[in-house]
Design a protein around this ligand. Structure first.
Ligand SMILES: N[C@@H](CCC(=O)N[C@@H](CS)C(=O)NCC(=O)O)C(=O)O
Length: 326
């Protein structure tokens, strides 16, 4: 992490005394608004999104950008999937398009030369003010969803009126046991902390498996941000969380409803190209030497997100703009 702008590899505040994994608070929390007089007004061509294809938090923001058709309005670039001692790095094949910096931490230092905190993806960068607007995925997802409609090529609203309270409630409900739950299991520093995390995780998955038996999406019959948040965890689950993070009571492809739901989302136009299984497995198995000291990447599992799903049997469905292919 950076401490007063200096890169340090000898500090890691990620578990507390009881062995519980602790995720740090995010530092940059400004908002883009669809208002020309705002401090950060929504404009096409002004903002840049730094992500890693492996990261589920970054994935929510990439999914929002893809589904709404914001590719031309908001540029995007990738860091390398592996994260070693120097933190997230750019590569010769995919250099930092804005400054040619070698590391993502250099971007954080450009925003705040004295920054103290972890250097995380996603990062939403303002090329005009040359600073980080926000590095909290939930807030970036919300801004891309609600503030950029004038620049989007698809008419897709993932935070629809009438569903907003439910969307917020579900995003909140799934965060601790599921999205962060897999990390709490994987990075648990004690048996008790691990047991607690996996109990809560599989209770929550069982709960949603039952709901999805007769409800198409998490907040009801319409696709929302809550589904993107859930999908980003589910699509990684069988390849990395199941084995690497020891979340192995069951795989997602063993839950009929969660699995069909995952396939439906994967097959929405624009989603497949946001999923890079190779980057996902390389990141997790190679970056956490404390969990996988030899950094070997396993062979499987052999799951196919493109197979048929049965979700059309349920009322509702994706917005019309997402019903006719790419
Ligand atoms: N609260 C942040 C968390 C983002 C996050 O933890 N990203 C991970 C990648 S999956 C990361 O960059 N970790 C680097 C680190 O913690 O040093 C968000 O949701 O945007």
């Amino acid at each position: 992490m950076l401490v007063d702008g200096e890169w340090r590899i000898d500090v890691d505040p990620s578990t507390d005394e009881s062995g519980e994994f602790q995720r740090q608070e995010t530092a940059f929390r400004d908002r883009i608004r669809d208002d020309p007089d705002a401090e950060f007004p929504a404009e096409a061509g002004r903002y840049h999104l730094y992500i890693c294809r492996a990261c589920p938090w970054a994935h929510r923001t990439a999914l929002t950008r893809a589904l709404k058709g914001l590719d031309d309005a908001i540029s995007l670039s990738l860091v390398q999937p592996e994260r070693y001692d120097q933190g997230w790095e750019f590569s010769a094949e995919q250099p930092d398009p804005l400054y040619g910096d070698p590391y993502l931490r250099d971007i954080y230092r450009r925003a705040d030369p004295d920054y103290t905190g972890r250097v995380t993806v996603p990062v939403l960068w303002d090329t005009e003010r040359e600073t980080i607007v926000n590095n909290e995925s939930e807030e970036i997802m919300r801004m891309l969803d609600t503030e950029f409609d004038r620049h989007a090529t698809r008419d897709v609203d993932l935070y629809p009126e009438g569903y907003r309270d439910e969307v917020d409630r579900v995003i909140d409900d799934i965060y601790d046991p599921i999205n962060n739950g897999v990390y709490r299991a994987g990075f648990a520093g004690s048996q008790e902390a691990y047991d607690r995390a996996v109990e809560e995780l599989f209770d929550a998955l069982d709960h949603w498996e039952a709901i999805l038996a007769d409800q198409r999406y998490l907040a009801g019959d319409v696709l929302t941000e809550a589904d993107l948040a859930m999908f980003a965890t589910l699509v990684r689950f069988d390849h990395v969380y199941h084995t690497h993070f020891k979340c192995n009571r069951r795989a997602i492809h063993e839950y009929p409803n969660l699995w069909n739901y995952t396939k439906e989302l994967y097959q929405l136009p624009g989603v497949e190209r946001t999923v890079n299984v190779d980057h996902i497995v390389r990141h997790y198995y190679r970056s956490h030497a404390e969990l996988n000291p030899k950094r070997l990447v396993p062979i499987g599992p052999d799951v196919d997100f493109t197979g048929p799903h049965d979700r059309d049997r349920l009322p509702g469905g994706p917005p019309p703009a997402l019903q006719d292919g790419e």
